[in-house]
Design a binder for this molecule. Sequence first.
Ligand code: HH2
Length: 285
Amino acid sequence: MFDRINQPWLMGILNVTPDSFSDGGRYLTIDDALRQAECMVLEGARMLDIGGESTRPGALPVTPAEQMARVIPVIHALRQRLPDDIGISIDTCSSEVARAALEHGACLINDISAGLGDPKMLPLAAHRGAAIVLMHMQGTPRTMQDQPHYDDVVTEVSAFLQQRIDAALQAGVPRQAIAIDPGIGFGKRRVDNLQLLAALPRFCALGYPVLLGTSRKRFMGALCQIEDPCALVPATVATTALGVMAGVKLFRVHDVAANRQALEVAWAIRQAETSLNTLNDVSKS
Ligand code: HH2
């Protein structure tokens, strides 16, 4: 599926949870969830990421049964209503939840544990022909921000992602079905998040589409002295523009319209940069 990505895609976030850090409790009824999903698609989302478990720092795990009760009716209704070319992703570390979501029309598993949370996850993706996002996280959501530590965050996150790519390939997931994500905010200090963002080209150079998830995250609030995550749209948009220039292919965002403007403009500049480089190469030869 990722081989279809030419221009970078926006993945709209839809949390069907009471406690997500910025949109918890907003989309608990099917009607509210559908309205928000359709709005994000109209604004330019190419995929929707549906989650039934908050992964904010300190969050407790939600059982697979509870996650399924939250997300499956929404995924089922969305698949009936959305055009076929709008992909549905399930944000979970549980193979049971992922399996049910795939049966109801999801095509992508967004696994923040990169398959380590459930040994059946990678074989499931391989068997069902589903795409998978492999994300780096240090620790678990409950404890990850207690005392994260790295000697060299970029090298360590890169090595982890390469290891999880190898595990996915070994489980039988085709290479064009794998995307990677440095896991902004997942067991990271502010300096770690900033170094990972500065090193996006290195993650892109691993040869797999990179997903970036900065939307409304706290490290940007700390930099801008803003507490309300919903007021961090301009900061998020800045990271989207930077990500496009670095070669990122997927952006997981709450605010689709604003990020789309950043994406379109940055993409046009990136293409201009490519044609400039070609011209320079020709004139040198
Ligand atoms: N961030 C969140 C959840 N899932 N998945 C990927 N691949 N990358 C991310 O950066 C990422 C993710 C956290 O954001 P959100 O879903 O808005 O909040 P919550 O976990 O509280 O529901």
